[in-house]
Design a protein around this ligand. Structure first.
Ligand SMILES: N[C@@H](CCC(=O)N[C@@H](CS)C(=O)NCC(=O)O)C(=O)O
Length: 227
């Protein structure tokens, strides 16, 4: 699929994982072709390109194929070296990976907790708040505008869903997780992210997200998690 230098991204319009890849390519100024995938009726191309997970995003760079958004981000950063996304210092780089992985492991709880009911909801919300408290500590007392420093980097891109998707989940689930008083540094960070044209102008439409997640919530509630 593709000539030596062509870049293609298989995506799904609302996927926060896909948006990471699109933003990284835009930061690097790499032209790409975007191919919308129906994740509820997967194409044979997706199954062939990502046989292990059959998920988007998939990046196709010439003959090279990669899946998993955080892996793709590192590939993009190492392939197009200008405007680095990763910290240059090895320890800072390791820390960025640590936080990205740690928050990623909680992602299902964050989305699920906003939609569940009763004890599951309480437990999930408690876990969400704990991980956000840890992130808040990371930002507090630093003069950095972003996790990446003066401009956005790898960790900002990985965590950006907190700025635009978490509020949608909160609205759909009628909960508040990112409380401004409790998380002043994180709240300011989300505000700064959303002011960036790169992010602001390349988000899924708010009304479509709300409708999509309302429907997802109905599906999840009719099939609740087991305790
Ligand atoms: N860990 C993966 C997650 C990707 C993912 O879950 N993608 C969703 C779309 S948001 C998907 O393709 N889902 C299809 C499925 O679960 O079968 C990444 O970071 O790329």
């Amino acid at each position: 699929m593709g000539d030596k230098d062509t870049v293609k991204v298989l995506g799904f319009w609302v996927s926060p994982f896909v948006h990471r890849v699109l933003w990284a390519l835009k930061i690097k100024g790499v032209d790409y072709e975007y191919i919308e995938e129906d994740i509820f009726n997967k194409s044979s191309t997706l199954k062939e390109l990502n046989p292990v997970h059959q998920k988007v995003p998939v990046l196709v760079h010439g003959q090279k194929v990669l899946a998993e958004s955080m892996v793709i981000l590192e590939y993009i950063d190492e392939t197009w070296k200008h405007c680095p996304l990763m910290p240059q210092d090895p320890y800072e780089r390791a820390l960025a990976r640590f936080w990205a992985k740690s928050v990623e492991e909680k992602l299902p709880e964050v989305s699920g907790a906003t939609w569940w009911r009763g004890k599951e909801k309480e437990r999930g919300l408690k876990q969400d708040i704990e991980i956000l408290e840890k992130l808040e500590e990371q930002l507090q007392g630093k003069s950095n505008l972003f996790f990446g420093g003066e401009s956005i980097g790898y960790l900002d891109i990985v965590l950006a869903w907190i700025s635009y998707m978490l509020p949608v989940w909160e609205e759909v689930g009628s909960v508040k997780i990112l409380d401004t008083c409790k998380f002043p540094a994180l709240t300011s960070w989300t505000g700064r992210l959303l002011e960036l044209p790169l992010i602001r102008d390349n988000l899924p439409p708010q009304d479509r997200m709300l409708e999509y997640f309302h429907n997802r919530r109905q599906e999840i509630l009719s099939n609740p998690p087991r305790t």
